[in-house]
Design a protein around this ligand. Structure first.
Ligand code: GLU
Length: 475
């Protein structure tokens, strides 16, 4: 049997982290099993579904690298097929027309509540029976599935174990509305059957749907997939994860400077584990993933851990991969990477200091752009009269350098210290402020090497002018 999984979002909003984790788990399971992954857009709720949400979901999936083998299928394009199956169920008397109006159903519900009974649809209720017997073909009606009256529905959830529910608790589900549109629980079954889905991974909020759907599979004589229902994701305060907790849309994580590999690694661990391992490459995730190692209990989202993972991925990933994702942030921040050193070199130098690509872009700026002012606090502290001599000497030495290497620049600093008998900080810090504009950067020799000779010379001159002006103003 070839394993086939699917992700079946309803396009009523962006791809949120809960959905993304479900998609990731489904995808991973398919890959782990050498199977296939299907993307299906469940857009039957015409009022709430939007093209914008479809685009956001596709964009989110692509950004996370969860490529699908089939689809995207759209439920709205499959209405003929759903109707065909409804007709088949009608012909086999496994479904029936019900003409009871909404008003009548409300009235019966009111009576049941007044009698302290559980409100539920009952085809044998005398008022419903009377309406159905009196109805003529062509009168507006819904189609209901004839749910078994006795016995139980049992399934072996891959995460939660055996789940059993009595059929007495399930009423005859509407499978086609009065306006002719098929309903969600019915479409899902027809789709999963037609698409050959063997494993359904979805949120635990669907367990109630699963038992209803199993009865429909049985009525159709369709194979019943294996189910795995994932627990919820909570915010770090223990409440269900929502916008209030910050970013919940996958693309917002892109905007905030996360690498997709970091988010994937974070999400796979959010409810799944393999010993106490925290870092998983894509290949490792695929090789090690299994449904039974998914946790039954809810997981709490922890932004600090995500940041830690993101820093790990920024500093250990192939710089080309980081560069590919950094580009969006360079564009956002208006930084043109053609105006300076290879971006991969900057990533190698600055990356480990950054938790996000937003920071990495910010800290890349001085390699590509000149600035017209120094950071005031850093300049106040380090561009003072005492720095003039060391900067002058450093300037003449860098001007004379013919071989612009980090090692030679390191020696320039060392020589300045030796010749002027000063500590490293007395030249290192003023140079850093001069060359980067601020007081924080990686090792200044390596920074100067990447910034390039011409820019370094111009910036040291600018720092010397700043000091001269400052001294003039002080007199
Ligand atoms: N469309 C459903 C949702 O977005 C998922 C249905 C399913 O996975 O079976 O919640």
């Amino acid at each position: 049997m070839t394993v086939k999984t699917r992700f079946a979002p309803s396009p009523t909003g962006y791809l949120h982290v809960g959905g993304a984790r479900t998609a990731l788990y489904s995808w991973l399971y398919a890959k782990n099993q050498g199977g296939e992954f299907v993307l299906r857009i469940e857009d039957t709720d015409l009022e709430r579904s939007t093209q914008e949400a479809v685009d956001a979901i596709l964009e989110g999936m692509a950004w996370m690298g969860l490529e699908w083998d089939e689809g995207p299928y759209y439920q709205t394009k499959r209405f003929d097929r759903y109707n065909e199956v409804v007709d088949q169920l009608l012909a086999e008397d496994k479904a029936y027309k019900c003409y009871a109006s909404k008003e009548l159903l409300d009235e019966i519900r009111g009576e049941q509540e007044a009698n302290k009974e559980t409100p539920r649809y009952d085809a044998n209720h005398p008022k419903i029976k009377a309406v159905n017997e009196a109805a003529k073909d062509g009168d507006p009606c819904v189609i209901r599935f004839r749910n078994p009256k006795e016995g139980t529905v049992v399934f072996d959830d891959q995460i939660r174990g055996r789940i059993e529910i009595s059929n007495e608790q399930l009423d005859d589900l509407i499978i086609r509305r009065t306006d002719g549109s098929p309903t969600y629980n019915f479409c899902v079954v027809v789709d999963d059957w037609d698409m050959g889905i063997t494993h359904v991974v979805r949120g635990e909020d669907h367990i109630n749907n699963t038992v209803r759907q199993i009865n429909i599979y049985e009525a159709l004589g369709a194979p019943i997939p294996t189910f795995a229902h994932c627990a919820m994701i909570l915010g770090d305060d223990g409440a269900k994860l929502s916008k209030r907790h910050g970013a919940v849309s996958v693309m917002q994580y892109r905007d905030e400077g996360y690498l997709p590999n970091a988010l994937n690694n974070y999400l796979v661990r959010l409810g799944w584990s393999h010993g106490d391992q925290e870092i998983f490459s894509r290949e490792e995730m695929i090789n090690l993933f299994s449904l039974d190692a998914i946790s039954k209990s809810a997981s709490a989202f922890n932004t600090d851990k995500l940041l830690w993972l993101n820093n790990h991925y920024i500093k250990t990933s192939d710089p080309e991969y980081v560069a590919e994702h950094l580009q969006w942030h360079l564009d956002e921040q208006g930084i043109n990477k053609d105006n300076g050193p290879a971006i991969t070199e900057v990533i190698k130098l600055v990356g480990e200091r950054c938790n996000t690509l937003v920071e990495l872009a910010q800290q890349s700026r001085y390699f590509y752009e000149d600035f017209d002012a120094f950071d005031p606090a850093a300049a106040k502290k380090h561009l003072r009269g005492v720095a003039k001599g060391p900067l002058d000497l450093a300037l003449s030495k860098v001007e004379a350098l013919s071989d612009w290497t980090t090692e030679n620049l390191h020696n320039v600093i060392k020589e300045v210290c030796e010749e002027l008998e000063i500590g490293m900080g007395k030249i290192g810090m003023p140079l850093r402020v001069a060359v980067t504009g601020g007081g924080q950067s990686p090792s200044v020799d390596a920074v100067m090497q990447l910034v390039g000779k011409e820019r370094v010379i111009a910036r040291i001159k600018m720092a010397l002018e700043f000091i001269a002006e400052r001294e003039a103003n002080a007199q």
